[in-house]
Design a protein. Structure first.
Length: 421
RNA sequence: GGAGGGCUCGCAUAGUGGCCUAGUGCGGCGGUCUUGAAAACCGCUAAGAGGGGUGACUCUCUUCGUGGGUUCGAAUCCCACGCCCUCCGCCA
């Protein structure tokens, strides 16, 4: 939910944000009208309640002969309060609905437009050259190495499921462990999170809006399978007032992630690029909104640090407004070069959600004056299963073996090469 | 699956229709005293919404798990729901 004070003070900014997202700017005016209506309703109801309170208090103390009069007046007021309260809650509900319809206000500098309107901020590293052989894709490499079994994944669970076996399982554990170690060294608290969350948490993080179809729901228990540990990490401090005087509160969550991939039929059906279940180490930060932009920069730098460790060529893009999702004010993706696809694919994504998520989840902190204020939340990827695709493809040798990036070797018991089995 | 207990201002508790403007203890903050500290004593001690003032502030309303209901008036009475905990059974 966006800040209503900002909406009142700078309505045009919010309208412009909607325009950049290619969304309907009239939702902004609907919200403004709903906010005004609620304010008026609250004022009227408060005044009536105040009068009713003083009147009914006098009833108890009144002399018997003046009671009937007071009671009559009190009854009138009770009816008036009831009507005013009904209008108040109707206005409240309308405001909430209008509030939920407006996505976060984008940060200045975010490119306008949709999915294809991103801006490339930089390209890092050299794409591999395969002298005298055609590079194999990760599915073929995964088979040769006995690392990835998509056929049996499909047999047991259906399309977009897979087994990581042998070197594949070890490689994923090594990668995720390396991510956790980096996070801990940087000052993050490592967390293993619940995979199932309640509706209010899933809704509070913004995943039940336009992307609700992406989320697995367990009907019998009214719980949701998380698509990322961002969800339980955001829920961790909901309804709390945090002490952020010592700087941002940072968590690194390790979890499996579940996605229905509805509407992506036929896209990336081969291999483990787009799957229903994968594992991820995710950074999450609670901070003072004044510090959020800098924190976002730090998150991006930590992601790049990971990419450097696995020696992948990548580029950083500034995601366009229309492709941000409802919670993010700005989003940077790091995309690794995938040789057999001849293009870059997303490996990390870091979002600055400013106060949007925290306002819904009621996450606050005390400012310098000791007053509660809404906190800012940010998240970013440190490693996922998808990284295996880029690592295998970029570091492959003609015989199908794969060189293990130096930084990763200690996490694989010193292994320098993955050999076909 | 079955049975029971609970949900009050950070924590613990009191509170069975108007004296609750929610008390008390702990913790926390400030002060007195002290060379300093402790102890003792004194004071302060939640959140949200709306309004007024440049501002330190101030006024009003709301909140005792949530939502309804009864009543002039509800933490307190009635109904529904949610959540937490314990025990039994079953399973890992």
């Amino acid at each position: 939910m966006i800040d209503l004070r900002l909406l009142r003070e700078d309505t045009d900014l919010v309208r412009a944000s909607q325009a950049s997202r290619r969304e309907d700017p009239s939702t902004v005016d609907t919200l403004l009208a709903a906010a005004d209506r609620r304010r008026d309703a609250v004022g009227r109801a408060d005044t009536l309640r105040a009068e009713q309170n003083t009147t009914s208090k006098r009833v108890g103390k009144a002399a018997p002969e003046e009671r009937p009069q007071l009671m009559a007046r009190a009854k009138q007021l009770a009816a008036a309060v009831k009507a005013a309260t009904a209008e108040e809650s109707a206005a409240e509900a309308a405001l909430r609905e209008a509030h939920l319809a407006v996505p976060n206000v984008i940060e200045d500098g975010v490119p306008a437009g949709g999915e294809d309107d991103y801006v490339v901020l930089k390209e890092v590293g050299n794409r591999p050259e395969f002298d005298g052989f055609a590079p194999k894709d990760h599915v073929e490499l995964g088979q040769l190495l006995g690392a990835i079994d998509t056929e049996r994944g499909a047999k047991v669970s259906g399309a977009r499921f897979y087994y990581l076996t042998g070197q594949g399982a070890l490689l994923q554990l090594a990668l995720l462990n390396m991510a956790v170690v980096q996070a801990v060294e940087t000052g993050f608290t490592p967390v293993i999170t619940p995979s199932l969350v309640r509706p209010e948490v899933m809704g509070g993080t913004g995943f039940l809006g336009a992307h609700a179809a992406e989320v697995y729901r367990l009907e019998a228990d009214d719980l949701y399978l998380v698509g990322t540990s961002e969800v339980p990490l955001a829920g961790l401090h909901m309804d709390e007032i945090l002490d952020l005087s010592g700087g941002p509160r940072r968590y690194a969550g390790w979890s499996s992630c579940y996605r229905r991939e509805a509407g992506s039929y036929g896209k990336d059906t081969r291999g483990i690029i787009r799957v229903h279940q994968f594992d991820k180490v995710e950074m999450f930060s609670y901070c003072d909104p004044a510090d959020a932009r800098d924190e976002h920069g730090r998150m991006l730098a930590w992601e790049e640090q990971m990419l450097a460790k696995v020696e992948l060529p990548y580029r950083v893009i500034d995601v366009a407004a229309g492709d941000l999702g409802s919670s993010a004010a700005r989003k940077y993706d790091c995309e690794a070069w995938i040789p057999t696809q001849g293009r870059y694919r997303e490996l990390t994504s870091t979002s600055n959600c400013t106060t949007f998520q925290a306002r819904r989840l009621n996450i606050r902190f005390r400012d310098a004056g000791g007053r509660p204020q809404t906190a800012a939340t940010l998240n970013g990827t440190l490693a996922t299963t998808r990284w295996l695709v880029a690592i295998l493809e970029n570091h492959q040798q003609p015989d199908g073996s794969v060189i293990v990036p130096t930084a990763l070797r200690p996490y694989l018991g010193g292994r320098e090469v993955l050999e076909p089995v």
